[in-house]
Design a protein around this ligand. Sequence first.
Ligand SMILES: Cc1cc2nc3c(=O)[nH]c(=O)nc-3n(C[C@H](O)[C@H](O)[C@H](O)COP(=O)(O)OP(=O)(O)OC[C@H]3O[C@@H](n4cnc5c(N)ncnc54)[C@H](O)[C@@H]3O)c2cc1C
Length: 362
Amino acid sequence: MIEPVVIIGGGVAGAAAAIHLARADVPVVLLERTVGAHVKVCGEFLSNVSLRELAALGIDVARLGAVPVNEVRIDGRNPGRSIKLPFPAASLTRERLDQALLSVAEAAGVEVRRGMPARGIAPTGHSWSVETSRGLLRASEVVVATGKVDLRGMPRHARRLQPLVGLKRYGAAQDGKRVTLALFPHGYCGLQPVEDGRTNVCLVVTADRLKALGGRPEKVFDEIVRRSPHLEPSLGTASDPVVAVGRVPYGFVRRSTNGAYFVGDQAAVIPSYCGEGIGIALSSGRSVAAAIAEGVSAQAFQADFARRVGPRVRNATFVSRALCTRAGRGAAQLVAGAMPMVVRKMAVATRTPSEPAYNSGN
Ligand SMILES: Cc1cc2nc3c(=O)[nH]c(=O)nc-3n(C[C@H](O)[C@H](O)[C@H](O)COP(=O)(O)OP(=O)(O)OC[C@H]3O[C@@H](n4cnc5c(N)ncnc54)[C@H](O)[C@@H]3O)c2cc1C
C-alpha cells in the first residue's frame, strides 16, 4: 500500500500544500484539529501574492464576498494621508477562506480529517509515524502546517524575538475600501472592511504592555481609542468577542529541519503590518508540493525557502520593532505624509518572491 503524505494543519499553508500535491496525483491525508470554520487572529488582508496563489488554487475570492482594498493610511492622533496601494488587494474572513480551501482540497481528492489533532511525529526507517488523537498513522512524508501552534518537541526558537501578543475583534463598518494602520504606544493595529459590512480590527501589542494593563485586552483597544479617537466608531466595543494569540514570533525563519517539511508560520513569520503572512503560507504550500513531487529533501526545501523569504522577513521585522517605539511611530507618520512613494515601495518590497529559489534535486 502506498503511504500518503500527511499534512498536519488545515490553515492556508496546509490546504495549499494538500491541493497542489493531490493535483500531482500524490495521496494526501490532512489532519485539522478543529471541527469546523473558526475565527483566527488575522487581519485578513489578501495581497496580490495571496490573490494570485488563491486564483491558481481555483478560489474565486470575489464569489466568496471578498472586499477589494485599494488604499492604505497610517493614522496617529489624526487620520493620515490616503496612499494608493501599488497592487490589487482584498480582504476576506479566514472563516470563509479556510473553509473554501478545505472544500477545494476534498474535491481534489485529499482525505481531510477534521477534529483530529496530531500529537507528535517520529521517523521510522524511510517513513514516518504520526501520533494522532485517534491512533497512529503511517506517512511517506510529513508536512507541518500547524501555524501559530508548535508541534510537540518542535518549538520555534524565539528567544531573541520581541514578545508580542495578537488580538482581534470585529467592529462596525468603516467608510472606504482602505486598510488603516493605527500606531499606538507599544503596538500597532490594522483596520479594514470585510464581507458583511464589518471592520476587522487586528493588532499586536508588546507582552509587557498587555501585562501592565492587567492582561485585559479591552484596555488595549481603549488605548487606541484614546490615541486615535476618530477610529472609535469602527473599533468595536467591550462586548465584542476578542480572540488572542500569545508569543507571536515575528522574524522567525526556519533554516533546518528534522526531516519533516515545515510551511506557513512554521517556516517563516513576517510581521502583520505587511499583510503577507497568507501570501508566504500559500506560496510555501505550492513550493513544498513541488519539492516533494520532485524528490527534493526537506532540508534542501527548508534552506531554500529560508533564503527566499528570509531577507524580507528580517527587514520587515526591523520596521515592526521600530513601529512599537515613539520615535518609530513619528518617523512612519512623517514618511507616510511627505513621501507616499516610500510606503508604496515598502509595500512592494515585502511581497513574497514568486518562484522557489531551489532548482536542484537534493
Ligand atoms: C495579529 C496578526 C495579524 C495578521 N494579519 C494578516 C493579514 O492581514 N494578512 C496576511 O496575509 N497575514 C496576516 N497575518 C499572518 C497570517 O495570519 C499567518 O501568516 C497565516 O495564517 C499562516 O498560515 P498557516 O496555514 O501557517 O497557519 P494557520 O492559518 O494558523 O493554520 C494552522 C492550522 O493548523 C491547525 N493545527 C494546529 N495544531 C494542530 C495539530 N497539532 N494537529 C492538527 N491541526 C493543527 C490549526 O487549527 C489551524 O487551522 C497576521 C498575523 C497576526 C498574528
